[in-house]
Design a protein around this ligand. Structure first.
Ligand code: TYM
Length: 334
């Protein structure tokens, strides 16, 4: 609890171009539930360097991402929006938590296995201990709730295990966080292969809708989306391509799958794909316009970056000092 409110933490990597999956699975929910919580939304740039990055590009993407958080509707006066690398406690707590995490646990992480396979020439220790840094992000603010897409569930379970283990030794130090998974959009699939999640790192750009795609590109990608052979708009496991499009349509319009089936009863895939594309444009266009407007105001963004980093540093220090004392680090002399 912070100022009588429960605490919410979440973050996104400033790597690659953000996709509709990131938006519907995470960012959109962040905005919907923000008012109920004391919130910390981080641009997790420290996580990004587990894979080699071009420094100038990483800096640019981090700023773009931070601006997108605001453009999506998060008021930086009310929500602490900041760069992870500006708050020292993330790395400091991660080190301590590393000493409470087992190799066997990290070896089981599916994201590590996937990334290690993709970057076989650079399987660094950071890639392996990445989930511990993520646990530190969350536990540093005594977070109650963590809104994420389904792909992050395994990391969240590990965070809970680490927190419980630590509390088991030292008493009630950490709040045990819960995942918040949205009802729709928790796993947006690729438009070209509905068995795969839509991903920033997909080599095929037609599989993903990027948040900065212009309306024509969005419509074209939906027209090309892989569908199924039943030729009717029905929400079922046997039609994974159509199911994914229905999910996207519902997430963008607020309609239910049953309403969508009725709306497109007797109509072909062509009409439906067009409608899905338009529903996505109607959500992304205002976001893009607001982003362009905000990007022009350098001084405003700089002040958000500075003030919120200070706020995050202040709150995170409280937990960090407590943890340092518990594990036996000498007290600071003032
Ligand atoms: P990242 O940057 O890969 O993704 C950011 C958020 O987007 C969600 N997401 C999706 N949701 C639905 N469908 C998809 N296709 C899809 N793709 C991505 C992710 O679940 C995530 O919520 N390790 C994290 C970043 C992180 C973090 C944290 C998150 C670091 N520390 C602490 C929460 C709390 C990651 O790589 O997310």
């Amino acid at each position: 609890m912070l100022d009588g409110k429960k605490v919410l933490f979440s973050g996104m990597q400033a790597t690659g171009n953000l996709t509709l999956g990131n938006y519907l699975g995470a960012l959109k929910n962040w905005v919907t539930i923000a008012d109920e919580y004391e919130t910390f939304y981080s641009v997790v740039d420290m996580h990004s360097i587990t894979v080699r990055q071009d420094p100038a590009e990483l800096r640019k993407r981090a700023r773009t991402l931070l601006t997108l958080y605001i453009a999506a509707g998060l008021d930086p006066e009310k929500n602490c929006i900041y760069y992870q690398s500006h708050v020292t406690g993330h790395a400091e707590l991660a080190w301590i938590l590393n000493c409470f995490t087992y190799m066997g646990e990290l070896n089981r992480m599916t994201q590590f296995k996937d990334k290690a396979a993709k970057h076989a020439d650079n399987i660094n220790a950071g890639l392996f201990t990445y989930p511990v840094l993520m646990a530190a992000d969350i536990l540093l603010y005594q977070s109650d709730v963590v809104p994420v897409g389904i792909d992050q569930m395994q990391h969240l379970e590990l965070t809970r295990d680490i927190a419980q283990r630590f509390n088991g030794v030292y008493g009630d130090v950490f709040t045990i966080p819960e995942a918040y998974i949205g009802k729709v959009g928790a796993k947006v699939m690729s438009l070209q292969d509905p068995a795969k999640k839509m991903s920033k790192s997909d080599e095929n750009p037609n599989g993903s809708i990027y948040l900065m795609d212009d309306p024509d590109t969005i419509i074209r990608k939906f027209k090309r989306a892989v569908t199924d052979s039943e030729a009717c708009v029905r929400y079922c496991e046997e039609q994974p391509g159509i199911k994914n499009l229905i999910d996207i349509y519902c997430a963008c319009t607020g309609k239910t799958p049953a309403e969508t089936e009725r709306e497109f009863d007797g109509k072909g895939y062509g009409d439906f794909k067009m409608a899905v594309g338009e529903s996505v444009v109607s959500v992304l266009k205002p976001l893009q316009d607001r982003f362009a407007e905000l990007s022009r105001d350098k001084a405003y963004l700089d002040s958000v970056i500075k003030n919120n980093a200070e706020k995050a540093q202040y709150f995170s220090n409280k937990t960090l000092r407590k943890v340092q004392k518990k594990v036996g680090f000498p007290e600071r002399i003032r």
